[in-house]
Design a protein around this ligand. Structure first.
Ligand SMILES: *[C@@H]1O[C@H](CO)[C@@H](O)[C@H](O)[C@H]1NC(C)=O
Ligand SMILES: *[C@@H]1O[C@H](CO)[C@@H](O)[C@H](O)[C@H]1NC(C)=O
Ligand SMILES: *[C@@H]1O[C@H](CO)[C@@H](O)[C@H](O)[C@H]1NC(C)=O
Ligand SMILES: *[C@@H]1O[C@H](CO)[C@@H](O)[C@H](O)[C@H]1NC(C)=O
Ligand SMILES: *[C@@H]1O[C@H](CO)[C@@H](O)[C@H](O)[C@H]1NC(C)=O
Length: 953
């Protein structure tokens, strides 16, 4: 049997079925598909696919059609086992992860617009493929280090280049109906490339480019791509152009282009075909990463986790022994109460600090490792207030996934208060919520050796209050003996699907009445009020029932007080609608109402960008005062949720900016605020869920973002084109500081700005201490930051660099947060070879007799003499058992001889060999049962297996 032919046959069959399947799908819309939509579609398909395999292997089934009707909430549900589904689930982390992948994808168009290989422009097939394969290796290295955020950023960029191939080359025009797998396989040759002097196009006639590829090119099946330049019309003779208004080379003969970026493009009639191939190519790439990473890590890379992380930052100086004991008690209670349930934290993070040390970060998915680490903490004598609390918090903010809840335990002021701008930037960028457990904060630290000097001043406490408020957390001030009551907050927030319904802070305080909407989807509604002891309040439900702060347990809530914190466990049963809370205090206070619900939303500040692909890119840093702000918002939880209103409300409750809503595909809504005044805002969202099962009418709900959005009149931008850094190298990052008036750069602006540059790894970095915008400099000043990555840094490590500028009055900051990945050059680009040596044919022909017989398959797997070596052999498909032994091959290479045995009821198997850098080799046996038990034994290459997965499940 000739394997190659069988493979081709199989592929042909598979593809024709795929095409059929797709032709049944109505087109979702006639307009163009963007990178964002292509990327999201591919991620949804691949995750659904993986979940289906997991379901099958765990013996529960999930029915989900892997097609264009998938949504994040559908996939999230499909990935929930029957036991998980009993809990309230949230798709927030999944949707946020998808968003970071498509935002980094979009960034390639803004940061690397003019780099031909990032877009496969100018026939740069080899360089483009190198970018993809190096990127994929970097993603795998990040996943190995459990640096999932970094992995997502690199993955997004790789996807961009891969997807561009289908709209910028003539692959579609050549009649190909399958993705070009050599693009993700560095050991496969790139064949039939048009050479640099071969003409490929003729001019379009009267704007009609449908027939501009030369017949010779089509006949010889030569691969070419369009030339592109925004500045010059020159291009090699006879070459195709990209085309479109941004491409000047298309003005030069041969005029016109071959781009399929949009339906309006030169070859726009092929746009949907190209987009469809781009989706399938992205699915293939994800499959490659999935096999290398393993299903568990792959799903974590995709952000598909049901629970949050438990993140504790804790002071370990002498006076903290009671606090450490309490942090231990509450975290053990959370761990032991949730172990084995879907509410079990997905990871644990512990960051100890004292003076002068802080860290290291302990990050683990193993509850016992975490317990062990907490057990080992002990309060050390000789502590000398203040401590390195902000340095430790910086580590926690960068180690935790975005939107985590972080709890800081301390009784001392921050010695490293100079990091305030860095911490603020990280809070705003990660949207994580920081709460402080401040014990005996304003009392003297009696147990300290040198106690009298160790009182926290009001200003010290205020720093923690400011950070808590900026993040939507709380600064809880209690005595050591009250701490155990306050830590209930940690338990409340570690439930699944916690949402913020309403939140407000007043400083200075004033008596005020607030309303919030309680909807039927909310469970375990809890309100927190912080303030001085003289604060009183009353609560009124939608049915007009009231309860005042003097009633510890009344008709609406049971109230507990610890220090400055009042916690109300609300009794809401069937009292949906508008509730009111009336606070009476002239001192600073805060109110926060949380609950559990799957209906929530994610949002990101974005900039719309023009260019070959019109889409959105992430806006880093604060929006400009008086300027426009745009948010890309998606509702989470169900497909029947609709966003109806998005408002920015300022912290003083005096200003409200309503956004205008515009649906932009893939469940996203673009919200535009036309002129955001200077200030500090929270994002409030109102929505409706029409598909609720409990009622026939739709539910109206209200949610609020935790993190504050502050505006700034400073603009900080950094120009980074390559975010991969090799160990032992130094990179320079040019940056620019400018000032703005009403959202526009002020050409005549001047001023001196204090620079705060910091990275979470403590790598050596240099930066000017200050930047001065001189008169007549166009209102801008440039500087350079350097970052040196030590030679010992592990490939896959993420470094988060924050560049913040503060004005002279220390009243305004703005910043950029940059993510770099340490990526060692990968020299092993060859996939392990997996070869089926022998497969027994001992199974009875009648399927009804299968249970009594077994069959066996033997495969040789090797990474060759020069490879990094096989790290893992796994069964991708099949429920038999695998035994392996290693022998030396003829050239001294290691050969793993794998023997697979399974029941004759399970006759398909797919084995994968993964080497140390994540190259994957696959082989196996598929039995085509429809052809009467005729057996094909093949060594597949990976991409075929990806297609088979889609079909056979
Ligand atoms: C493509 O090639 C043209 C001419 O050879 C050049 O001017 C242009 O800068 C190149 N485009 C990119 C994106 O590098
Ligand atoms: C409400 O919270 C309690 C623990 O505080 C938990 O046991 C219960 O499952 C929660 N309710 C829901 C609906 O999740
Ligand atoms: C293949 O397997 C069969 C049955 O297990 C065995 O009889 C045969 O000798 C094997 N052939 C080789 C070449 O190992
Ligand atoms: C598989 O490995 C065994 C053991 O080294 C060797 O004898 C055999 O020839 C190999 N078979 C193939 C097809 O490479
Ligand atoms: C293995 O798979 C076969 C067919 O897919 C199934 O009938 C059998 O029950 C499975 N065995 C186990 C142990 O899961």
């Amino acid at each position: 049997m000739t394997t190659r032919h069988t493979v081709q046959l199989l592929v042909a069959v598979v593809l024709s079925v795929l095409c059929l399947v797709q032709s049944f799908q109505p087109l979702i819309s006639r307009k163009s598909r963007t990178h964002r939509e292509i990327t999201q579609a591919a991620i949804l398909r691949k995750t659904a696919d993986v979940c289906r395999d997991i379901a099958a292997s765990e013996g529960w089934s999930t029915s989900v059609a892997v097609d264009d009707s998938l949504s994040a909430s559908k996939v999230q549900k499909a990935c929930s086992s029957p036991t998980t589904a009993a809990f309230l689930l949230s798709s927030v982390t999944y949707q946020s992860a998808i968003a970071s992948i498509y935002f980094s994808n979009a960034m390639v168009d803004t940061v690397s617009t003019l780099k031909q290989e990032h877009h496969f422009d100018n026939e740069t097939f080899k360089a483009g493929r190198d970018l993809i394969t190096a990127g994929v290796a970097a993603v795998k290295a990040s996943v190995k280090q459990e640096e999932y955020m970094a992995g997502r950023w690199i993955l997004g960029r790789v996807c961009h280049t891969l997807q561009d191939f289908y709209s910028h080359s003539n692959w579609v025009e050549l009649g190909n109906t399958a993705p070009y797998s050599a693009l993700i396989k560095p050991d496969q040759p790139l064949e039939n490339l048009a050479d640099p002097v071969t003409p490929t196009c003729r001019g379009c006639v009267g704007g009609d480019c449908s027939n501009n590829l030369l017949p010779e090119v089509l006949k010889k099946r030569l691969l070419t791509s369009g030339y592109f330049s925004m500045f010059s019309s020159s291009k090699p003779a006879g070459k195709c152009s990209h085309g479109g208004p941004f491409d000047r080379t298309s003005e030069q003969d041969p005029v016109g282009g071959i781009s399929k970026d949009e339906v309006q493009s030169s070859h726009g009639s092929l746009h949907l075909k190209a987009a469809d191939l781009a989706v399938r190519a992205t699915v293939e790439l994800l499959e490659d990463i999935r096999v290398a990473a393993g299903d568990k890590h792959f799903l974590r890379l995709m952000g598909l986790s049901h629970s949050s992380v438990l993140c504790i930052v804790i002071d370990t100086t002498g006076s903290m022994s009671d606090d450490i004991a309490e942090a231990k008690r509450v975290s053990f209670e959370i761990i032991d109460g949730k172990r084995g349930t879907p509410q079990e934290p997905s990871a644990y993070i512990l960051v100890p600090f004292n003076d002068p040390s802080f860290g290291p970060v302990i990050r683990t998915t193993d509850a016992d490792v975490f317990k062990n680490s907490i057990n080992k903490l002990h309060a050390r004598d000789g502590g000398d207030a203040p401590e390195m609390s902000l340095s430790a918090l910086q580590l926690a903010l960068t180690a935790a996934p975005p939107s985590s809840e972080i709890f800081v335990f301390t009784d001392a002021a921050a010695k490293d208060f100079h990091l305030k701008s860095t911490i603020t930037a990280l809070i705003e960028s990660t949207k994580s919520v920081v709460s402080f457990m401040l014990t005996d904060a304003l009392a003297s630290r009696r147990r300290r050796k040198r106690s009298s000097a160790n009182k926290m001043s009001q200003a010290d406490v205020q720093l923690y209050r400011d950070l808590a408020e900026a993040s939507g957390g709380q600064a809880i001030e209690v005595t050591k003996s009250e701490l155990s009551q306050a830590t209930t907050v940690i338990k409340d927030l570690s439930l699944s699907a916690v949402v913020t319904v309403f939140q407000v802070a007043r400083n200075p305080g004033r008596p005020e009445k607030f309303t919030f909407t309680v909807d039927g989807s909310l469970r375990n509604l809890t309100a927190y009020i912080t303030g001085t002891s003289s604060l009183t309040f009353s609560l009124t439900s939608s049915k007009g029932i009231s309860q005042s702060s003097s009633q510890p347990s009344g008709p609406l809530a049971s109230l507990t007080t610890a220090g400055n914190l009042r916690r109300l466990s609300l009794i809401t049963d069937s009292q949906s609608g508008s509730w009111e809370i009336s606070v009476n205090s002239n001192d600073p206070y805060s109110v926060k109402v949380i609950g559990q619900s799957s209906s929530n939303f994610i949002y990101n500040l974005v900039e719309a960008h023009e260019g070959a692909h019109r889409d959105f890119s992430l806006k880093e840093g604060r929006p400009l005062s008086g300027g426009k702000a745009k948010l890309l918002v998606s509702a989470t939880g169900s497909d029947t949720v609709k966003v109806t209103e998005v408002t920015l409300i300022d912290s003083f409750g005096t200003k409200e900016v309503k956004g205008s809503l515009q649906p932009v595909g893939s469940d996203n809504v673009l919200v535009t605020f036309s002129a955001v005044p200077a200030g500090q805002f929270v994002v409030c969202l109102k929505g409706e869920d029409s598909g609720s099962t409990s009622t026939s009418t739709s539910i109206s709900f209200q949610r609020q973002a935790s993190t504050h959005i502050k505006t700034s009149s400073i603009l900080v931008t950094a120009q980074v084109s390559n975010t991969n850094v090799e160990p032992g190298s130094t990179i320079s990052i040019p940056f620019t500081v400018a000032t703005a008036i009403n959202g526009v750069i002020d050409d005549s602006g001047t001023g001196t700005f204090k620079m705060q540059v910091s990275n979470d790894r403590g790598y050596r970095s240099t930066s000017p201490p200050a930047i001065t915008i001189a008169a007549r400099s166009g209102g801008k000043a440039d500087g350079t930051v350097t970052l040196t990555v030590p030679a010992s840094a592990a490939s896959g490590t993420e470094v988060i660099l924050t560049i913040a500028a503060e004005n002279a009055a220390a009243a305004d900051i703005n910043y950029v947060v940059l993510r770099f990945s340490v990526v060692a050059k990968v020299t092993d680009i060859t996939s392990p070879v997996c070869q089926v040596v022998n497969a027994s044919n001992t199974c009875p022909s009648s399927p009804s007799l299968c249970a009594s017989s077994q069959w066996e398959l033997i495969a040789n797997l090797t990474d060759g003499i020069d490879g990094t070596g096989i790290e893992r052999v796994t069964i991708l498909r099949g429920n038999g058992t695998l035994t392996t032994g290693t022998v030396a091959g003829a050239r001294g290479e290691n050969i793993i001889v794998a023997t697979y045995r399974a029941s004759c009821c399970s006759q398909n198997v797919l084995l994968a060999a993964v080497d140390r850098v994540g190259n994957v080799g696959v082989c196996g046996r598929e039995t085509a049962t429809s052809t009467g038990g005729h057996t094909l034994s093949l060594s597949f290459s990976l991409w075929i297996s990806g297609v088979i997965f889609l079909l056979l499940t």
